[in-house]
Design a protein around this ligand. Structure first.
Ligand code: SER
Length: 374
């Protein structure tokens, strides 16, 4: 039969792999043939662990040693209990992280490793933070494609097969030069020009597809640039807005790699983490969509520097534009329209620019005082 022959050819090709494919052909093919959610009808009930069975969700965070994971784990552990939140990464954790709660090795490109973790720990919620950001992704497209796309496929399948509630962050980077930029609504043209952006649009679409096709409880927020005091971002276009605080405190000088008039949406980490928990806890009937913009403030490097100089008049800011980052920033939203998140599940930010500056300076100067005293 021609259809079967064609199918068997596809299976053989998949089993053997194809040139240039960095994924794990054998595992993926077997999973697709035997266990994939693709074989489950849309009305099938996944073996979801209900909350009557456990008091709290059992949480796994992937990519836990990036900018957001440790803060997210801290917040969730306060609410759900220390042992109910597992932080994971492929890197070795600093001792403070290792001793603050459960930490394990998990490689999102290794499907069996993921499945073992989910099964052995009876995971019910998964926060998928592993990803290469925009600037570092452009410097290593093959790795970004593998982590951000192949890794996401493993996560989606694991989540669907085990009835998990899944959070995947998206970003302002999921938009491109043809999107409306000021403000950018939830639903509009999305033609990003970075591998990071392409992978995040893919994540939004695949998550929504799995939701409609298999009933996966997929939830996704498009984050603005996130500003944090005790963790550093890893290779994004919005990193300057974190670095400026550290350099201001350390040396009183900052060299910015974006033009002074580059306007981007930004948010303080506490708002970002709270929004993440709020959307995960939102009752299903409040969500008309599965992917929402969230916003707090929007500023340019010049505006940030001026506001910072009100507290630190001696701060010197110079500009040396990185053309890769500038081109990325010029294609991104200047401001986010997050009215759907506000209306539907009550999103409200706490930090505007003045509070952000005060909080960052308080934190970093007390850190510096402690370091000097030791
Ligand atoms: N902070 C990210 C980046 O700059 C945007 O989501 O890549």
């Amino acid at each position: 039969m021609p259809v079967l022959r064609a199918l068997s050819k596809v299976v053989k090709q998949t089993l053997l792999g194809s040139p240039g494919c960095s994924c794990q052909p054998l595992t993926v093919a077997v999973r697709n043939i035997s266990f994939s959610p693709r074989q489950v009808t849309s009305d099938a009930s996944f073996h979801s662990v209900s909350f009557s069975e456990t008091d709290h969700p059992k949480v796994l965070i992937t990519g836990g040693l990036g900018q957001l994971g440790v803060g997210l784990a801290k917040m969730l552990r306060k609410k759900f209990g220390k042992n109910n939140v597992i932080l994971s990464d492929i890197r070795k954790p600093p001792s403070s992280v290792f001793h603050s709660g459960p930490f394990i090795y998990s490689d999102i490109l290794d499907y069996k490793n993921l499945r073992e973790i989910v099964v052995n720990n009876r995971i019910t919620w998964l926060f998928h933070y592993s990803a290469l950001l925009s600037a570092v992704g452009e410097a290593n497209v093959a790795l970004a494609r593998s982590v951000n796309i192949t890794g996401l496929h493993n996560i989606l399948d694991i989540a669907a097969e085990h009835g998990l509630r899944l959070f995947v962050p998206s970003t302002i980077g999921a938009f491109g030069p043809t999107s409306p930029r000021n403000p950018t609504p939830d639903l509009c043209v999305q033609r990003p020009r970075t591998i990071y952006g392409v992978s995040k649009v893919h994540a939004e679409l695949m998550g929504e597809y799995y939701h409609h096709r298999y009933g996966l409880d997929f939830r996704c927020l498009r984050y603005p640039g996130i500003i944090s005091a005790d963790s550093m971002p890893g290779g994004g276009t919005t990193d300057y807005a974190v670095q400026i605080f550290h350099d201001a405190i350390k040396s009183g000088k900052f060299e910015c790699n974006l033009r002074p008039d580059t306007r981007l949406p930004m948010m303080y980490i506490d708002d970002c983490l709270r929004a993440t928990l709020e959307v995960m806890e939102a009752p299903v009937d409040t969500l008309s969509m599965r992917t929402y913009n969230i916003n707090a403030m929007s500023f340019t490097p010049e505006e940030l520097a001026q506001e910072l100089q009100k507290q630190m008049p001696e701060l010197e800011v110079t500009y040396d534009v990185d053309h890769v980052r500038q081109a990325i920033a010029d294609s991104w939203p200047m401001n986010f329209d997050d009215s759907n998140a506000r209306k539907e599940w009550g999103w409200k930010h706490d930090y505007d620019l003045p509070e952000l500056i005060q909080t960052m300076l308080n934190y970093l100067s007390s850190e510096t005082r402690v370091a000097r005293a030791n």
